[in-house]
Every structure is written in structure tokens, then in C-alpha cells.
Design a binder for this molecule. Sequence first.
Ligand code: BG6
Length: 478
Amino acid sequence: MYNKEFPEDFMWGASTSAYQVEGAAFTNGKKPSQQDIINKENYKKRGFATAEIASDHYHHYKEDVALMKEMGFKAYRFSIAWSRVFPDGVGDVNEEGIQFYRDLIDELLANEIEPIVTLYHYDLPWALVEKYNGWLSREVVKDFEYYATYIIEEFKDKVKYWTTINEQSIIVQFWTQKCFIPEELRSNDQLRYQINHHMNLAHAIACKLVHEKVKDGMVGSAIGYAPVYPLTSSPQDAMAAQNAHDLHNAFYLDIYFKGIYTKSAMAYLESKGLAPEIEPGDMELIKEGYSDFLALNYYYSDCVKACPEDDELRFAGVNWTGVKGAMDGHEHQPGFFQMCANPELETSDWDWAIDPTGLEYLLRDIYTRYNKPLMITENGLGAYDTLTEDGRIHDPYRVEYLKNHIKAMKKAMDYGVEVLAYCPWSAIDLLSTSNGIKKRYGFIYVDRTDDDPKECKRIKKDSFYWYKKLIESNGIDF
Ligand code: BG6
């Protein structure tokens, strides 16, 4: 069963996030975000580029939008840097900062590219970290409301599609990379789930604001999602897969679509002293802030097996080097599940399992459970690219990856799943959240290294031409 036609209005495009692509970190009134600080540390420790220049999209945005137009983009998903608009998190707006987003959105609309705006992608204003430890404090929720109210009001007539907070599930796993967490608090794992609870409140507020202010607006979260497979067909491993699904996936989606915390996941967290503190009224607010769709960021599937009760709690590992097999550990949730490598799947150089079928699987699964439209807002292969002597970048591995994932997405659509957009990661090369600039994802090459930003010259990769052809034929010719 495979019917090749995509809907006429299907939104082909790609994604980026502010701190990973913009640069100009201290330009025209912008003050630091926590990512400016975290990435400075990463440079010292691991030699990864900082966010200071990134891909210098701030100064190249017209050229970048023109390249997106040349590829035929119907949509572009990007995020707004909170500290460019409100350098201190709250208070006076930075006119030059907001003007950048007005110009960017106008440029997109002039080129008939639908803006899909993410309100928050890891880059909390540093001022709020200094003031009250950022997301660790409940105070952040009202400051997020102040920021979101301003942005949604500003762009309510130009932006229809909004995503709220990027990848809460990933923030819980990799909290010190995605949030600045003071050294002395890092051993308290309950705080991961407390941060997530604060984000659930902020997410609900943003959903309500879009519903109030944006005529025909649609809002949802962008979630990092991995379907979970059992390592073997043993009932114990199958149970572990159910447990991991409940804690990693249902725990977020039930909030967005049902306004509840998944009971099994909460019972587990309570038994380990990890459950968040919930105040009276919180769950009512969460219920009111319902989602219209779900944006999905999909890179890999997960594999789990049973985990002994007396094991030690551990969260996800990272491959810091880009040498296959160098992942520094796996998550263990004692008595619930432990993550492991899937022997059936090839991996990227950073040990991420490559699994197109996982995309069909998760789209079918989520749509069956929640019956809401879905969007792919990230999907892609982080890879080493080489600028060859002919001045080109030959990236057949990226084309292969994307092609197989698009086919899998289409299969799910042919089974009735409503998918509105495919916006892979990333429109142009950018700073990886965990591995610097050498791990590249873009259709457009940015000529720089981790140490040397050079001129950030743009060069079209082979995948650029491939994607252009695919969009031209609305998904038939690839
Ligand atoms: C997603 C994030 O988790 O994965 C992006 O939303 C990120 O910001 C992408 O860049 C790829 O991860 P990484 O660590 O390779 O940059």
C-alpha cells in the first residue's frame, strides 16, 4: 500500500533554532542567554564552536531566505531568542531585537514561506538564571508569560503555526546541556522533573494565549520523540518497553492532549522521590492549555531491556567525539527499564540509531492514541561533510537518510495519519547542541570550523538540489 501523492497544501520546509544559527549574540542590544554561557564552556572543555557567531544567520538572513525560496520551501520553522527581544528577560523591549524577527517574518511571507515559530528553544535569558536559577524556579513561568504575550501579540496577524517549548523530554535527559544548572544542584534528579513541570505550565499559558489572540491559529509543543522497542521478545523486556514509553513519551503527550500526568510514570517517579511538586490550580491550567497539533522531532528509535530494582539511577549518555561506539552510557531507571543499543540497526557516527520505520511506527501510534494533526519539525542526519576541490559537498548519505524517512512518513499518511508538514533539521548548517559545528545537518553548507568562523560563506550541498527537485514535484520525484 503506497500512494505517492502528497496533499496539495503539504508544507515542505526545514528548521533551525535561534542560538544555533543566528550568531550576533551580543549585537544590537542582545544580552546573553544561558546557551551563550554553556557553549562558551563547551568551547573551553571540548573545542566546540560557541554561539557567538554560529552560522551568522543574523547578518545573512536575506541570503538564507532566498536559498530557501530557491529550494521551494513552503514553510520554515525557527525560534525566537528571548534575550534578543527582552535582554533582561522582562522589562523593556529591545526594539532592534524585535525588528530582526519582524524583518525575517516579512521576508519569509514576501517569499510565500509560512513561518512556524517556536517560542523557546533552550536559550533562556541569562539574566533570569542569575536572578532565580532560571527554569528551576517557578518564577520563570510568569516571566515566560510576559515574553510570550508580547511575541504572540506582535505576530498574531502574520504567524498561524506556533510551537511552544522545544523538546521537554530531551531537556529532562540532558538538563545540564539544555539549562544552566549550578554544580551543587546537579545531583538532585527530582529537579529535572520540576523544571519539566514549570515548562508544562509555561506551555499551557502559551497555548491559551494563541487560542485567545490568533484567529485560526494552531499551537502545540515540539517534542523529541523516540519509539521504544524491547531488546528481546521476553515479557520482561516488553514490559520495560511499555515502562519506557510511559515515562519518555506518554508522560509528555498526555499533558499536551489530555491535561494529565500519565499515572504509571508518576507512580514510578513518586516511588523514587523524583515526582515534581504540583500546586493547587496547576492541573486545571494545564488542561485549559490544550494543543491543536503535535510537532515531532525524530532522529532515532530507542531500545530497552528489563532493569534490576537494585540498579543505580542513570540518565542518557552522550557521544562527545563523533567516533562510533564512544557513547558514554545509557539511561537506567531501576526496576523500570534500561536503554541499550539495538543490534538490528546501523547508527550515525554519533551512535544514533538510523530507523526510518520508527517514523512510520510513531506517527501511526500517536495518531491512533490522540487523533490530532502532526508535523515533523526535525528529522535528519548529523554527519561529517567535506568541501571537495570542486567546491561542492557530496552528501549522498544525507539524501539516503531523508529519502527513507520521507517514504516512511508517507506510508503512515497512506494509513490515514494527518501530517501537515515535513521540516527536517536543518535548513542550513548550524551549531549542534552537543557536538559543535563539525556535526552538520543542513542542505546549505556554512563554510566555517569550530575554531574559525571565516566568512560563513553559504554553499549548496548536493542534498540542496535533491530536496529542490522533491519539493517541485510535491514529493513524487526523488
Ligand atoms: C534536537 C534539537 O534535539 O536535536 C536541536 O531540537 C538539535 O536543537 C538536534 O540540534 C540535533 O541534536 P545535536 O545534539 O546533534 O545538535
